[in-house]
Design a protein around this ligand. Structure first.
Ligand SMILES: Nc1ncnc2c1ncn2[C@@H]1O[C@H](COP(=O)(O)OP(=O)(O)OP(=O)(O)O)[C@@H](O)[C@H]1O
Ligand SMILES: [Mg+2]
Length: 514
């Protein structure tokens, strides 16, 4: 007998419908799984057989053919275990087709017939809701995925703990709604900016970066506090909007990195991968493509400490996602996209000994300094809006009672600045760092004196059109942060101060590679 069970799978972060067809026919006892299954899917038959037996059902000694339709997309993962098991039960007459008709089923089976979590449950719930299929359907999924799927409010859920329980529900024709536990979010012990003595210039730049989602590069000698400063960024980042939180959660769900208790990401991500990371780890990829760090940092910050220790080829892979806000991964079977609107934060020493430009003498041979800096290409440096020199901190500052602003206060300002941007760019969810330069020129409330300063400084510094617009975006954020409606010469002058110094990059900063 032929059975058809509705299921779904994810490609990138989008879900698509899959129909699991199971045919139980007379013939030699054998299983066939067709429809471009990857290895984990082929192994389904072992898990499904053991789970069926351990749940007290017979595995028929007949020929079982499973087809995953559409057959032209490669199927990954373990989420088809549960629909295949239901298909076998319908195929052998244990369940009637109408008993499973309204269900869309995903779940991995344990050998003991328990149901284990899958990746991408939020995307599947969103797809069911957006395609209008939510009415009259029940999404059957593992209990550990309920918290994330319940973010989509109009989808009915069923979360059995085992195959046996699910079959009992289907036979009785009642699927009880799952208990949605109150979301538990671990209280993050965020580090306070006030712990850092002095470094007011760098703190100001961090606030600008957080407010406008600008990239920031901290350059300075060892022990000046660069890592310390950057690690305090999460405490001053603005809160996520509901729409942003849903997008971030979907990426983490597809990556299988969602905490089952909270089921959602509520803080802006702050990702800090080690410099030994591969290109695929950073931008995403692999034979069954997973989101990389740039996507896990979507709507948040990607922090690369010791920037020049990352291989140059890995760093160069950042250019496309930084420009587009998405990563495109091409595979023979399909090309898929992951979102990647992140702000880059990075820290580095100016030379191998770290003291170039500081009060201590630099001991590096000139050739070594050139080689060192060549690891950061001009085009990448030029995509970072804020270049900040972090000087050595005077020891007397360390013991002095600090009057520096605390993170909560800085964050309150940052939130206000973000609100201005939300109103300015209306519903399109952008921020100053991604605003169109031409648009800002005409709608950015640029005072005429400020425009004259920007133009003359731009000509003197040989700024490209791109660099010109970057200065304008940073100036816009400074005005927002300071609660000023227009951009005046003061904000333009401050923004110009964050341009890369010619010495910081291999090829002189902004002039080339436009
Ligand atoms: N401004 C500061 N205020 C208070 N403590 C500081 C400051 N700067 C450095 N420190 C102390 O020095 C330690 C090292 O600082 P940090 O790791 O941030 O330096 P860094 O600039 O990242 O150095 P490197 O270039 O070697 O990575 C900190 O953990 C902290 O104890
Ligand atoms: Mg450091």
């Amino acid at each position: 007998m032929l059975a058809a069970i509705r299921s779904a799978a994810v490609l990138g972060i989008d879900a698509y419908d899959v129909t699991v067809e199971v045919d139980v026919a007379n013939g030699l006892p054998q299983w066939f799984i067709v429809g471009l299954p990857a290895n984990a899917v082929k192994e389904s038959r072992e898990r499904v057989s053991a789970a069926l037996i351990n749940a007290g059902f017979d595995v028929p000694s007949r020929r079982i053919t499973v087809n995953l339709a559409p057959a032209d997309i490669r199927k990954e993962g373990t989420a088809f275990d549960l629909p295949i098991a239901l298909g076998v039960l319908v195929g052998t007459g244990v369940l009637k087709p109408e008993q499973v008709q309204q269900c869309l089923v995903v779940g991995e089976l344990g050998l003991d017939a328990s149901i284990r979590p899958v990746r991408g449950a939020l995307s599947i719930a969103r797809k069911l809701s957006s395609s209008g299929g939510a009415k009259g359907s029940v999404l059957i999924l593992p209990a550990a995925n309920v918290a994330e799927a319940s973010l989509v409010r109009d989808v009915r859920l069923g979360a059995p703990s085992s195959l046996g329980e699910l079959v009992g529900w289907l036979m009785r024709g009642t699927i009880p709604p799952p208990v949605i536990a109150p979301r538990v979010h671990a209280d993050d012990d965020l580090l306070d900016l006030a712990d850092v003595a002095g470094q007011e210039g760098a703190k100001r730049a961090l606030a600008i970066a957080a407010a406008g989602s600008h990239g920031i590069l901290l350059v300075g000698p060892p022990g000046a506090g660069k890592t310390m400063l950057a690690r305090r960024l999460p405490a001053i980042l603005p809160s996520l909007t509901d729409a942003e939180a849903l997008e971030v959660t979907a990426v983490h769900s597809v990556a299988g990195m969602l905490d089952a208790a909270s089921g959602s990401v509520i803080r802006r991500p702050f990702r800090a991968p080690h410099h030994s990371i591969s290109t695929a780890g950073l931008v995403g990829g692999g034979s069954s493509p997973r989101p990389g760090e740039v996507s896990l940092a979507h709507h948040g910050v990607l922090f690369l400490d010791e920037l020049l220790e990352f291989p140059r080829s890995v760093l160069e892979a950042l250019r496309q996602p930084m420009e587009d806000g998405t990563v495109t991964i091409a595979r023979a079977s399909a090309s898929l996209k992951f979102p990647a609107r992140f702000a880059l934060a990075a820290a580095m020493n100016p030379c191998p000994c770290g003291h170039s430009g500081s009060t201590l003498p630099c001991v590096c041979p000139a050739a070594d300094v050139v080689k060192y800096r060549a690891r950061l290409s001009g085009p990448l440096a030029d995509r970072i809006d804020l270049h900040v020199y972090v000087p050595p901190v005077a020891l007397s500052r360390l013991s002095a009672r600090d009057t520096s602003a605390r993170s909560v206060d800085v964050r309150a300002n940052v939130e206000r600045a973000r609100l201005c941007q939300r109103e300015r760019y209306k519903g399109d969810g952008t921020c100053n760092a991604r605003a169109a330069g031409r648009w800002l020129e005409t709608h950015g409330d640029l005072e005429s004196g400020a425009r004259a300063l920007l133009t003359s400084a731009g000509e003197r510094l040989h700024l490209s059109a791109r660099a010109f617009h970057r200065v304008l975006r940073v100036a816009r954020t400074i005005s927002d942060l300071d609660g000023i409606r227009t951009i005046s010469t003061a904000q333009i002058a401050e923004a110009l101060g964050y341009r890369p110094r010619a010495a910081d990059t291999s090829d002189g900063g902004s002039r080339r590679h436009e």
